[in-house]
Design a binder for this molecule. Structure first.
Ligand code: SF4
Length: 414
């Protein structure tokens, strides 16, 4: 077993833990934000239905701001108020509702998991964090802990970005907060701290603190309900946080939770010395040629050809203008030729490279890809017969385009 961390990084005093729980919950009861999923969960007496309401919100909130999620959440819960209703939805409907929220596999896996609960688990949600994580696709350790604590009252902690920040500051953890060793310590801490009688509220309170008070850049330490337990603040105010040992006392370079010796405490940063992360890998650059094929519809309004992406991989199952990844450094002339060849397959007739009109470039940042779309347009006369042997394709008006399961990047392209 790994050696226990030095005292200054631990919560070891039961009286302090009790006081922290009380202060945090009292603050949460008074100051929590009024959010639709909280309202729904609070009003729902049935634990499984509550779990569904929490689950949908937690999946939507992964990598996405609260303000963006609210509208999507309300529409989702109106359309599929129960797990059983979601299990009957088609992937196309799910993608349509999810369009614009990003990270599309989240919606797909939510629906797959709903189907699994209905068809394989007799409609019964797993009720512990361990089972939720084991049995439901798309439910990781965090989401499982959130559902189990908020819906079924299991005394289990959660660790998300907000919790990482708060705990690292409370206990001066300055080692790389994305490293497995630090993450494991934070899970231990979250599980030890969680209030036994109100675990769901405690977890939400810790996350709420990170989202509204202990924010990344300018935390509001003066208003913080747990400031008297915060070692980063003590260190900022007094230099040496008595009576626990100073950061240096852990032994520079040997403590697995202190800031690395090469980047010691910087007094100009104060509490924002914590947490620290290793530098992220820069996103990969990719270029894709895409063509907006346009025809006149029956009432003279323009219509556009959209085609469906494969059912796995990036943007799985979403619709887009016919597109083609480009090799790095391809000349403009060559780009047109490969795109024209590609379009020939879709339209079933020759496409002259010179007929493609270059419109401009659209840049879209996916989490790990810096994507540039090189956009062309091509007006077509007459009817174009779409080959049913290829991936699904269809003509849409502008209004239909926006109602379809298309990514934000494609909306920018249009
Ligand atoms: Fe965060 Fe400041 Fe509160 Fe410490 S005192 S937990 S740094 S807001």
């Amino acid at each position: 077993a790994p050696a226990p961390p030095p005292a200054q990084h631990l919560f070891s005093d039961p009286a302090e833990i009790e006081a922290l729980r009380g202060n945090l919950l009292a603050w949460y009861d008074k100051c929590k934000r009024d959010l639709p999923w909280r309202r729904l969960a609070a009003a729902e007496p049935d634990a499984d239905r509550r779990a569904y309401a929490v689950w949908v919100s937690e999946i939507m909130l992964q990598q996405t701001q609260v303000a963006t999620v609210i509208d999507y959440y309300n529409r989702w819960m109106q359309k599929w108020p129960t797990l059983q209703a979601l299990a009957q939805a088609s992937l196309e409907e799910v993608n349509e509702l999810w369009a614009g929220l990003g990270y599309y596999s989240r919606g797909k896996r939510l629906q797959e998991a709903a189907r699994k609960v209905v068809s394989e688990l007799a409609g019964q949600m797993p009720r512990t964090a361990e089972d939720l994580q084991k049995l439901l696709p798309g439910v990781g350790r965090y989401t499982a802990g959130a559902i189990a604590s908020m819906s079924y009252g299991q005394a289990t902690g959660v660790v998300d970005g907000n919790v990482i920040r708060v705990l690292c500051r409370l206990r001066c953890i300055g080692a790389d907060s994305s490293s497995p060793a630090v993450i494991e310590r934070l899970w231990d801490m979250a599980n030890a701290l969680v209030d036994r009688s109100r675990p769901g509220d405690f977890n939400q309170a810790l996350m709420e603190l990170g989202a509204t008070v202990c924010v990344p850049k300018a935390p509001l330490c003066g208003e913080c309900p747990v400031k008297q337990h915060c070692r980063a603040r003590r260190r900022k105010l007094f230099g040496k946080p008595a009576p626990v040992p100073d950061v240096e006392d852990c032994g520079v370079g040997s403590c697995p939770l202190c800031p690395p010796a090469a980047e010691p405490w910087d007094s100009s940063l104060g509490v924002t010395n914590f947490p620290r992360k290793a530098a992220k890998k820069p996103p990969r650059a990719a270029r894709t040629a895409t063509c907006v094929l346009e025809r006149r519809g029956c009432h003279g309004a323009p219509e556009y050809l959209i085609v469906q992406r494969p059912s796995s991989g990036l943007l799985a199952g979403l619709w887009e203008f016919p597109s083609l990844p480009l090799a790095q450094g391809l000349q403009e002339e060559k780009q047109r030729e490969v795109l024209a060849d590609h379009l020939r397959a879709w339209t079933g007739r020759p496409v002259v490279a010179g007929g493609l009109r270059f419109i401009g470039e659209v840049v879209h940042i996916f989490s790990h890809i810096h994507q540039t779309y090189v956009v062309y347009s091509l007006p077509l006369d007459g009817d174009v017969t779409l080959d049913p042997a290829l991936s699904p394709s269809r003509w849409v008006t502008e209004k239909e385009f926006h109602a379809s399961a298309v990514s934000t990047a494609m909306k920018k392209v249009l």
